[in-house]
Design a binder for this molecule. Structure first.
Ligand SMILES: *Cc1c(COP(=O)(O)O)cnc(C)c1O
Length: 435
């Protein structure tokens, strides 16, 4: 073989700690505010919906946090994930750039989201929680939490955005296979859901609405806690196993990435890959360029406003300082369901404000062109969300060709698209449109 293209670590190399970017921020993160009083929310108040250890992680500025052994043992089902060099994509683009990707679609649920689902299920079980409530859009998060709950013996109740419940039956079946109960949202199970259904019996639902229902379910049931798949500090923290592994794998490849890309919905897979590299920018004089990629149809970082806003539609969550399109923003129904969120992780928002990361936005037709090219060269059919990162990489690789410069690029392939094939069919039939 002419050159190695796949860089793997062993089970013993699964990270033993999560990295907390809050420890290295040049300016502290503005605190979350109570939705009623608009004063900084005391951490104890968050214990109404989260277990104590998760709350501790949410507010901590400790740099490293130990990953419990039972969590590492579950991680070993699919971690360390592989890092690959996309030589066939490079050849197709005739670029001197070297393109590397970290493949998080190798998890049983097909995306990075299980990294935090497993940790959250574990800390809940340790705290005596018996039941978790959550929301899901297209179903990636619900499926990840369903699996994690099964592995740690918890009941899992998922409020799934109604339009996806109808259009994406396979992820619902996946959740049910792992033993979760899935309700189309808005549902009849909560006051908020009943109110919306009375006003509009055909309401298609949204992620913001489903979050409101899951929180209401949590506070009205005993032994129940809430679980969120992105945005919050503890979620981004749990995802940092990705970047820690990638740093070691890039060393195995004998290269340093110049530019690092991740797609952003709520920001967690991007954070997971980028924050461990960013630590080296902040503490070891490295100069990695770090780029967050979003859809033009839901342009939170490139067109949103940085201000306090709610995470849900009903206004039940704490107010978070973040880039937002407004908590009542209804994103158009693009195929990258995981990127249709009005807000953004406060950490990612803060880093953009400080100029420590960059943001780019692309239309889905262009994104699917790059997704198809990737599938046809590298074999893996990418999730439509991850395809946004691929498209940004392709643009950078083409600029490298223009400049006739070798550039080392790295991106997070956050998930596979095998349950998104109907989106590919729309693309293949030439029926994909831009919002
Ligand atoms: C959910 C999801 C995303 C978006 O969520 P982040 O928290 O921004 O990572 C991206 N890619 C895949 C495959 C997803 O399932």
């Amino acid at each position: 073989m002419s050159q190695p293209t796949r860089f793997t670590l062993t089970q013993a190399d699964i990270p033993t700690q999560w990295y907390n970017v809050l420890a290295d921020l040049p300016e502290p993160l503005p605190p979350p505010l109570h939705p009623g009083t608009k004063q900084p929310i005391p951490p104890e108040a968050l214990q109404a919906i989260f277990p104590e250890q998760i709350v501790r992680q949410e507010v901590s500025t400790e740099r490293w946090m130990a990953i419990p052994e039972p969590v590492r043992e579950v991680y070993a089902l699919w971690r360390p994930t592989p890092l690959l060099r996309a030589v066939r994509l490079e050849q197709a683009l005739q670029t001197p750039a070297h393109i590397y990707y970290k493949y998080e679609g190798a998890s049983p649920a097909g995306s990075h989201k299980v990294n935090t689902a497993v940790a959250q299920a574990y800390f809940n079980r340790e705290a005596g929680t018996r039941r978790l409530a959550t929301e899901t859009g297209a179903g990636q998060w619900g499926a990840s939490l369903a699996l994690a709950c099964r592995l740690f013996g918890l009941e899992c109740n998922v409020y799934m955005v109604k339009v996806s419940y109808g259009q994406k039956p396979y992820r619902r079946m996946l959740m049910e296979t792992w033993g979760a109960t899935v309700h189309p949202s808005p549902s009849d199970l909560t006051e908020y859901g009943r109110k919306l259904r009375a006003a509009d019996p055909h309401s298609a639902g949204s992620l913001g609405v489903a979050i409101s229902e899951a929180i209401e379910d949590t506070v009205k049931h005993p032994n129940t806690k809430y679980s969120l798949g992105s945005v919050l500090n503890h979620v981004c923290l749990h995802q940092t196993v990705i970047g820690q592994e990638a740093i070691r794998q890039m060393a195995l490849a004998g290269e340093e990435p110049e530019v690092i890309f991740g797609c952003v919905g709520g920001g967690s897979n991007f954070a997971g890959l980028a924050f461990p590299f960013l630590r080296l920018n902040l503490t070891a004089n490295k100069r990695y360029r770090i780029v967050a990629v979003e859809p033009t149809a839901c342009p939170t970082l490139t067109k949103g406003e940085l201000r306090y806003d709610f995470g849900d539609t009903a206004g039940l969550t704490p107010l978070l300082m973040m880039y937002t399109l407004g908590h009542d923003f209804m994103p158009p129904p693009i195929h990258a369901g995981g990127l249709r969120y009005h807000g953004m992780a406060p950490t990612v928002s803060h880093l953009l404000k400080l100029g420590l990361i960059e943001a780019q936005a692309f239309h889905q037709t262009a994104v699917f062109e790059s997704a198809a090219l990737f599938a046809r060269t590298e074999g893996i059919v990418p999730a439509p969300e991850a395809a946004h990162a691929i498209h940004a990489v392709v643009q950078e690789a083409l600029r490298a060709r223009e400049a006739d410069q070798k550039r080392v690029l790295l991106f997070n392939l956050s998930g596979h698209g095998l349950l998104d094939l109907s989106a590919y069919e729309t693309y293949l039939k030439g029926k994909l449109a831009d919002a």
